[in-house]
Design a protein around this ligand. Structure first.
Ligand code: NAD
Ligand code: MG
Length: 398
């Protein structure tokens, strides 16, 4: 019998966090929840504490932690309640924890990821922004800590599942990585009308139910741009070896094309519990709770070139991935910071949907990364880019 694996879920109240807890709950002898962390949703966190009885629950702010603490005490729960970003990073590196699910959204998840990496955890990466910001510094921390970094993003999990088990083989065998993209809610929309898009429309994804930030990123295809950067870092391929194809049904989750032009793909229903279960149990496989694909009911699988004129006009942000990968180290952090500010401004109705791309392009041309040697250099660059992007958003919303 294997010992029970203790899991930390960073961002447990979010879409990936909740799906992670659902998979864990199916395997009580195999996993237990060691710590949960969240930003503001006290009610939901309290319900999770009642259900999973974690040793620690961490809220980002002291006020929310006090509310949670009170609820836990008056219901006789033993969970220790902590607050603040240091405490989040601390539970991610606790020596009693085996697996850390990184499901915080945005660069806010970078420091806990680094701590988990340095502490040698199995690190399940949903939080792509952390890798896009941390880049090689992040990968160095994984290597130095002896951590296992496993992808949770469905495309990267698909690629990981389609690659040979031995990463030493990857460089000799991979010709291309082909990332699929659903095209999001505006795949067929007249590009001229994108300026009228509301946050509600942008967050209504046809195939996946996700948090608001990644939903907006899927509508602009900035999500795919972040995923191109993520793929380059996770699999060590050159940017020119990464291709994106639109596949509206989200059945093929991504593919590897080998040197002999054979293509290996991973298919399944659009359910994050599949990549989550694989990350938790790798190299084994466990029940995920997802329904199976039914080919009898499947009408069609179709594909569209991303490089058509209307798609280039609909999704101008996608090419920023290759632009920043060709730029100085740190450019990916600038793009991510700008995009986080732009998406928040759009969700607050301060800028228009089509201005997300313009704001990112402007920030990239105004913020030039200097020498990047450490995580502090990257955090300084992140702050500088956020400042520049926020000033633009302010000017444009006036
Ligand atoms: P979400 O908005 O639903 O959840 C985010 C979680 O992070 C919440 O628990 C929130 O409390 C916490 N959080 C937010 N800001 C925080 C902060 N400053 N400090 C501490 N905690 C904070 O997001 P999501 O859709 O679950 O996505 C999470 C990550 O996973 C993102 O990076 C996203 O790109 C990635 N991802 C999501 C999906 C999906 O299906 N939702 C798929 C692939 C990748
Ligand atoms: Mg994805």
């Amino acid at each position: 019998m294997k010992p029970v694996q203790r899991v930390v879920v960073l961002g447990s109240t979010g879409s990936v966090g909740v799906n992670t807890l659902e998979v864990i709950e199916r395997h009580p002898g195999r996993f237990e929840v060691f710590a949960l962390t969240a930003s503001t949703r006290v009610e939901q966190m309290f319900a999770q504490c009642q259900r999973f009885k974690p040793a620690f629950a961490v809220m980002a702010s002291p006020g929310h932690a006090r509310d949670l603490e009170q609820r836990c005490r008056s219901n006789g729960l033993q969970t220790r309640v902590l607050s603040g970003s240091d405490a989040i990073a601390q539970v991610a590196a606790d020596e009693r924890a085996d697996i850390v699910m990184a499901a915080i959204v945005g660069a806010a998840g970078l420091l806990p990821c680094l701590r988990a990496a340095r502490a040698g955890k199995r690190l399940l990466l949903a939080n792509k922004e952390a890798l896009v910001v941390g880049g090689q510094v992040f990968l160095d921390a994984v290597a130095q800590g002896g951590a296992q970094l496993l992808p949770i993003d469905s495309e990267h999990s698909a690629i990981f599942q389609s690659l040979p088990a031995d990463p030493a083989q990857w460089p000799h065998q991979i010709n291309k990585l082909i990332l699929t993209a659903s095209g999001g809610p505006f795949r067929t929309r007249d590009p001229q009308t994108l300026r009228e898009v509301t946050p509600e429309q942008a967050c209504a994804h046809p195939n996946w139910s996700m948090g608001r930030k990644i939903s907006v990123d899927s509508a602009t295809m900035m999500n795919k741009a972040l995923e191109v950067i993520e793929a380059r870092l996770l699999f060590g391929v050159q940017p020119a070896q990464i291709e994106v194809v639109i596949h509206p049904q989200s059945v093929i989750h991504s593919m590897v094309q080998y040197h002999d032009h054979s293509i290996v793909a991973q298919l399944g229903t659009a359910d994050m519990r599949v990549p989550i279960a694989y990350g938790l149990s790798w190299p084994e496989r466990i029940a995920s709770g997802a329904s199976a694909l039914n080919f009898q009911d499947m009408a069609a699988m179709s594909f569209e070139a991303i490089d058509s004129v209307p798609h280039r006009a609909r999704f101008p942000g996608l090419q920023l991935a290759w632009q920043v990968l060709a730029g100085p180290v740190g450019s990916t952090a600038v793009l991510n910071a700008s995009n986080e500010v732009a998406v928040a401004a759009f969700l607050d109705r301060r800028i228009r949907f089509d201005q997300i791309y313009s704001l990112n392009a402007h920030t990239l041309s105004s913020v030039q990364p200097g020498a990047v040697r450490s995580i502090d250099d990257l955090l300084a660059l992140d702050a500088e880019a956020r400042g520049a992007a926020a000033r633009l958003a302010q000017a444009w919303s006036a």
